[in-house]
Design a protein. Structure first.
Length: 325
């Protein structure tokens, strides 16, 4: 595979201890480091550090919400990073959801599709150095031009889950960012991008727990997936993928306030399909399966395991074991 990435910040590793791990990633065969953004670290600061510590890494946001920053601020932030790391930055944006837009930021979660579409159009124009002014469906720009235009302009990708947003990624963005899907789901998701998406980059965050202890892996997977699969966006995504019946018991428990029961009700086979686990060799083979199915850039989100331990030393051992061969 041409690209092989890792999600930062690394779990169980404070940002202050990242340098000695991140600077070794290129020598291990990793080409990319990407962030997310919810209610923890912001999406840009870890990338700025990684770009300085490992100057060959491509860095990207997977993803930052379009509603928690104004369009111009988002363009300025992306352009600043792209100026510091020319040709190595990808801007991934998405709609996020009410828990992160409204409940913790006090911003109305309105017209998510329109806001993502309008932000993609604005960013592509602004990052190309154009003067942008006009009335979009979800915001109005009276007049904006970047003071310093990054060369080359960073690609803009869309985080998407269902058909309308997937088509937007294929039609108007430079690629798609996806996560919490199985290998078997990849072809359907790629096809939903439409003919305009053919040949565009597909980035997938793949959660990996490198352990032969299946019970441990499943416990970690359930702890993570119980809330995710009952969130509005991912519940609808997996309904679209045909898992409504398989997740019905989990959804009932969640609606009743039984969060532990909701996690326990996620079927073993779905936990195994959404969380890569096994020996490092088995994990690499499963990640390769995603690439064979249509993913261009796999992003490993590594969970600590008994074999490798936590902290920077444990994470470095795990990343070394999982590195492409």
């Amino acid at each position: 595979m041409d690209r092989y990435g890792v999600t930062i910040p690394l779990r169980t590793v404070p940002l202050s201890a990242h340098r000695r791990v991140v600077e070794q990633l290129p020598d291990l065969g990793y080409t990319d480091a990407w962030t997310g953004e919810a209610a923890g670290h912001d999406g840009f600061t870890p990338l700025a550090l990684a770009a300085a510590w490992a100057p060959s890494l491509r860095v990207g946001t997977a993803v930052v919400p379009v509603q928690t920053r104004g369009p111009a601020l988002l363009a300025m932030t992306a352009a600043t990073l792209a100026e510091a790391a020319p040709g190595r930055v990808v801007v991934g944006v998405g709609s996020s959801g009410p828990p992160f837009v409204t409940r913790i930021n006090g911003i109305p979660f309105e017209h998510p599709y329109r806001r993502v579409r309008d932000t993609v159009r604005f960013l592509r124009s602004a990052l190309a150095g154009e003067f942008v002014a006009g009335v979009y469906d979800s915001f109005t720009i009276e007049g904006f031009r970047l003071a310093s235009v990054p060369r080359p302009a960073p690609p803009v990708m869309v985080g998407a889950l269902r058909p309308q947003m997937l088509r937007l990624a294929g039609r108007e963005a430079d690629g798609l960012i996806i996560n919490f899907l199985t290998v078997q789901d990849v072809p359907r998701v790629v096809e939903a991008m439409g003919p305009e998406g053919k040949g565009k980059e597909v980035v997938a965050r793949i959660f990996v727990c490198p352990t032969r202890d299946r019970g441990f892996a499943r416990a970690q997977g359930r702890a993570m997936l119980g809330g995710i699969l009952n969130a509005r966006t991912y519940s609808a995504f997996h309904d679209w993928l045909g898992r409504g019946d398989a997740l019905a018991a989990s959804h009932r428990a969640w609606r009743g306030g039984d969060f532990a029961g909701a996690a326990a009700a996620v079927p073993d086979e779905l936990v195994d399909a959404l969380l890569v686990h096994g020996s490092p060799e088995e994990c690499r083979a499963q990640v390769a399966g995603y690439v064979e199915a249509g993913v261009v850039t796999p992003l490993l989100a590594v969970l600590p395991s008994p074999e490798f331990g936590a902290g920077p030393d444990g994470m470095l051992r795990a990343l070394r074991a999982l590195a492409p061969v």
